[in-house]
Design a protein around this ligand. Structure first.
Ligand SMILES: *Cc1c(COP(=O)(O)O)cnc(C)c1O
Length: 233
């Protein structure tokens, strides 16, 4: 199959998603695709939206703000998926629908100060333990989430992680499985501020494994929108 339109790329991804849902006994509608557009223009982001994408993810404040103001579409939900500096929280927090990268109390404090309404957040966990990755150590997770009950602007809807960049599928699967276990532990506590039912995991290379392991949000960039420099869409 020649993937020369975004529509074709989405169709292929949907095929993979349906097959993975079937294998895992899951329903397609329990899963959202977040199209990660950090490497492409607002124009190409619009093409993805026209092809049916309803959730867009960016990892830098500038990219998020410029795309959002250019696109102005009330049907689109905006996801911030990157590491955010405390001093930048005020720029984005009232412009997004979901934050995937809450991993420090300094960010929580800043959200509490700046947000005009409750913010849906994923808490990011560094399951694989790689030094280069952001996120809480799994051992710190429970006390972090307990402490978040002091911040009524924050609702913890789930956990997020990034798998290591490797071809070792068992390793990737174990990371996703561990995040799911952590999610189950937290959600079983039935915290009012942290229902924690969702799992944001899986990118272009590993979203099929993530879905098999329970992802509710897959964050797909290059497989969906390509990169502008490829010139292939
Ligand atoms: C860039 C990015 C993605 C998407 O990566 P692809 O490999 O292009 O699908 C997903 N999640 C985060 C946090 C990212 O920074």
């Amino acid at each position: 199959m020649v993937l020369d339109t975004i529509q074709q790329r989405i169709s292929l991804i949907e095929e993979h998603i349906h097959a993975a849902c079937e294998r895992a006994g899951r329903k397609r509608e329990d899963l959202s695709i977040v199209a990660v557009t950090k490497q492409v223009s607002a124009k190409r982001t619009k093409e993805a939206i026209n092809a049916g994408i309803k959730n867009v993810g960016e990892n830098r404040p500038d990219g998020l703000l410029s795309k959002r103001s250019e696109i102005r579409d009330d049907n689109v939900k905006w996801h911030f998926i990157g590491n955010v500096q405390s001093r930048k929280v005020k720029d984005i927090i009232n412009e997004i629908d979901v934050l995937h990268s809450l991993d420090r109390m300094s960010i929580a404090k800043e959200i509490q100060k700046r947000a005009e309404k409750i913010v849906q957040c994923f808490v990011q966990v560094n399951v694989s333990g790689e030094e280069s990755k952001s996120g809480l150590h799994p051992d710190e997770l429970l006390s972090f989430i307990e402490e978040l009950s002091n911040y009524d602007k924050i609702r913890v809807i789930g956990l997020m992680t990034m798998a290591p960049f490797t071809k070792d599928e068992d390793l990737i699967r174990n990371v996703f499985r561990s995040l799911r276990k952590l999610r189950d532990e937290i959600s079983s506590k039935q915290f009012g501020h942290a229902p924690c039912t969702q799992l944001s995991m899986g990118m272009s290379n590993d979203y099929v494994i993530a879905i098999e392991e329970g992802a509710t949000h897959v964050r797909i960039g290059t497989a969906l929108v390509g990169t502008e420099s490829e010139g292939d869409v």
